[in-house]
Design a protein around this ligand. Structure first.
Ligand code: AMP
Length: 200
């Protein structure tokens, strides 16, 4: 029997830009539709900018719930999406990530830049260390995350990461398959450390 986790809230990290390929916007819309169709709560950065705004617009247009966690700085700049179900303003990016993580049963990354990568890797790092036991997935629109997969393969090959921790990250091009995989996901049971220190 396959073990499944009941997901209620999904935190999505994604670009505050749209990207050049229109496939990115299409993929963000497809994820928003799937989140709303399943009755999941979207938790995200709270802005109306870029792929984040596209995804929140879609969730809301489909009758879903979108919760935004935005920093005071971005709120003051007027970046808050005006139609959210609920929003919270945090002091800084660190407290915002903590708050998003408290809401989230699982994490999904869409294409993005530094902010997205940082959030994605932090969520995965906390799972790797066992600080939380939450699945992390990347919607691999137009192969955007292939370089990240190569980087992770490289870290495994060079002895900095276990295969179990590379393989715990889910990659898929289809939002429904991605969320199904998050529901089936099981936390790795190995520790992060590989072997013992070399002799000096
Ligand atoms: P980036 O991928 O560099 O565009 O950064 C996107 C990530 O950083 C998002 O997941 C947000 O958490 C955060 N972020 C960046 N810009 C904004 C913004 N204008 N409003 C809200 N969050 C933002």
């Amino acid at each position: 029997m396959i073990n499944t986790r009941a997901l209620r809230s999904i935190a999505v990290f994604s670009g505050s830009n749209h990207g050049f390929n229109p496939a990115y916007v299409e993929g963000a819309r497809a994820l928003g539709r799937e989140i709303a169709r399943r009755g999941l709560r979207l938790v995200y950065g709270g802005t109306d900018k870029g792929l984040m705004g596209v995804m929140a617009d879609t969730v809301l247009a489909e009758g879903g719930e979108a919760v935004g966690i935005i920093t005071g700085l971005l709120f003051e700049l007027g970046h808050l999406h005006p139609q959210l179900t609920h929003h919270e303003v945090t002091q800084d990016m660190r407290s915002r990530k903590t708050r998003m993580s408290e809401y989230a049963d699982a994490f999904i990354a869409l294409p993005g830049g530094l902010g997205t990568f940082e959030e994605l890797f932090e969520a995965a790092t906390l799972t790797q260390l066992g600080e939380h036991h939450k699945g992390v997935a990347c919607l691999n629109i137009a192969g955007f995350f292939e370089p990240v997969r190569s980087l992770l393969d490289h870290a495994v090959k060079e002895g900095f990461m276990k295969t179990e921790h590379r393989d715990m990250l889910i990659f898929d091009t289809d939002p429904a398959a991605l969320i199904d995989a998050l529901e089936r996901w099981q936390a790795p049971t190995v520790t992060k450390w590989i072997g013992s220190a070399p002799a000096v």
